[in-house]
Design a protein around this ligand. Sequence first.
Ligand SMILES: N[C@@H](CCC(=O)N[C@@H](CS)C(=O)NCC(=O)O)C(=O)O
Length: 224
Amino acid sequence: MDEGFLFPSGSAAPGPVPKGYIKVYSMRFCLFAQRARLVLKAKGIKHEIINVHLADKPEWYLIKNPFGIVLTLETPLDEGYPEKQLLPSSPFAKAKNDAGVFFQSRIGYFYRISSGRKNGQDVSGLEAELKEKLSKLNEDLVKKKIKFFGGDSITMFDYMMWPWFERLEVFELQHCLDGTPEMKMWTERMLEDPAVKATIHSVDAHKAFFKSFVDGKPDYDYGL
Ligand SMILES: N[C@@H](CCC(=O)N[C@@H](CS)C(=O)NCC(=O)O)C(=O)O
């Protein structure tokens, strides 16, 4: 039960989730929603995806989530599913990772660079700032001699960062990794991960969706 079709306004609210599943209100190209889908896949948690039409939101969704945005989840993660821990157990390491996740979620460079380029602005300053952030991440991997951001195996932190890196080529920013070889290797390792493989879209699919979005007619079902 991995992909649901789109639920636009006027659609009936989805029925109850079968026992043992959790519900994920998503949009196929949303990187925030992808973060959760990565974690669910990685932990092998059975889930039902409900793809919400964000340009024509169903009334029932606004009751579930008054902000009308995705993602909405209905079940706790590590707390309820202890089989595969994706968070470090020490509270200090956990807090540190949470801070990193928060920091990552605030990187608006991709969209700012892309729209700046489109408007003919000089985006070299923004690109330099992004490279600086990437070199800090690179340094972290080198100094700690680790393969992933939480250690030698993949953790929540890697999954929280991944959706941006999946889209580097889409935003024509892959050259920003040229000076950060460890980060490049990290992206290669991430591409081997089963949860990443299960949620990834091709560069062409991302581009096609992004174009439809920019044109004002987002094709949320692209590729289905
Ligand atoms: N801060 C939120 C952002 C979520 C978000 O912006 N989701 C977008 C899709 S990628 C959305 O639902 N947009 C619909 C809207 O803004 O009306 C998060 O980190 O989860």
